[in-house]
Design a protein around this ligand. Structure first.
Ligand code: G3I
Length: 347
């Protein structure tokens, strides 16, 4: 059900479809409107922009490094580590009272040369893997509130588990068990997540993801939360997000809605402006779905970017407008719809 305020806002948007869409009336800061942490993904360089830093500190209560806490940034070709960028993000978070969420320790997409060419006569692959997790989790011990320990372990077709350098070298489930055990041993405080995407779009993938989570739990690994990335397109079927949230909540674990954006360019059919109302409705649905979770399962709601101009999707289509704030940092219809949905539930 779209709220009156969101309907008004999307009505504004629809009316404005012919002209440039109008910014919506001022809204409460999202971190004040929502009864759960509001996260944004960030890159260290963005923090140098005072307008960006001010908007982030005003709207958010948590940050996720977009790529600079991954192996591709940290692990140099010679096997040494660099932490200047993730440290800058951690320092900014601490200075502004923002929670820090670690993303991500083990991902099929990351296979640094130093691991691919490891001299196993000098150190076992298992020890090098454990040493990496120890170094990264240990560096942010006492600050990180959670980690995506394993990212995107379900296969592309959603039917099984994904092959990776890590599964090939250390075993299909064993590399996963080891990662959670090692992370927890280094820092028992943060909530340890399994994170994946298209869990709304692909019910089969969602079922496989839940089966994988249960298999990991059965190994005794300290898996403690489920992350659903929620990268969706503006033409996603209404109700898909709510159905996914219901299923994901069934294990009783904390849920991190971890990377939401709503691509207008990837949506089939209308022009980008034409999707503004649908986009608002999807952000409203996600907010309502998250609000239906028991408070103990609402870990955080993270957007994969602050302003449209910061989005990774812009690399694909320059005109994509997937986020809540426009390139000038003004709230869009989607921001009003999200704020209304989380605020409404508090009346
Ligand atoms: O900033 C450097 C630039 O200085 C350099 O010239 C250029 C070429 O090397 O690289 C730039 O860094 C790129 C960075 O994005 C910033 O644009 C990295 O190469 C590139 O690998 C990185 O891509 C990120 C990608 O994950 C891979 O890490 C995207 O920003 C990020 O949005 C994307 O995020 C993923 C999540 O981790 C997992 N879920 C899906 C999501 C979207 O793909």
């Amino acid at each position: 059900m779209i709220t009156r305020r969101a309907a008004l806002a999307s009505g504004l948007a629809l009316a404005a479809c012919t002209a440039r869409s109008q910014p919506v009336p001022p809204i409460r800061a999202l971190k004040d409107a929502a009864p759960f942490p509001i996260g944004f993904t960030v890159q260290a360089e963005f923090l140098q922009d005072p307008a960006y830093a001010a908007l982030l500190a005003q709207q958010g209560s948590q940050v996720t490094p977009e790529w600079q806490m991954k192996m591709e940034y940290i692990v140099r070709d010679d096997g040494t580590f660099r932490f200047d960028a993730p440290d800058a993000i951690a320092t900014f978070a601490r200075a502004h009272g923002l929670r820090l969420f670690g993303h991500t320790l083990v991902w099929y997409a990351e296979r640094p040369k130093a691991f691919e060419t490891l001299d196993e006569s000098r150190i076992s692959f298992r020890d090098a893997y454990a040493n990496y997790i120890t170094a990264v989790v240990g560096r942010y011990k006492g600050q990180a509130v959670g980690w995506d320990v394993v990212n995107e372990a379900v296969s592309e077709d959603g039917r099984g588990r994904r092959e990776s350098l890590w599964s090939q070298k250390l075993g299909d489930l064993e590399h996963i068990r080891l990662a959670y055990e090692q992370a927890h041993a280094v820092d028992p405080a943060p909530t340890l997540f399994l994170n994946d995407y298209y869990l709304e779009l692909m019910p089969q993938k969602r079922a496989t993801f839940l089966r994988l989570a249960e298999a990991i739990l059965k190994t005794g690994a300290p898996l403690q939360g489920l992350g659903t990335q929620t990268h969706v397109n503006a033409d996603l079927r209404p109700g898909a997000i709510k159905e996914a949230m219901r299923d994901l909540a069934s294990l009783g674990l904390p849920i991190h809605l971890s990377e939401m954006d709503v691509s207008t360019a990837r949506a089939r059919g209308l022009t980008t402006d034409g999707w503004e109302g649908r986009q608002a409705a999807l952000y409203e649905e996600a907010a309502e779905a998250f609000m239906t979770l028991p408070p103990r399962q609402r870990f955080a709601f993270t957007f994969w970017g602050l302003r449209d101009s910061d989005s990774w999707l812009r690399k694909e289509t320059a005109g994509d407008r997937p986020l809540l704030f426009d390139a000038a940092g003004r709230p869009k219809t989607a921001a009003a719809a999200f704020e209304a949905a989380v605020g409404k539930a508090r009346l």
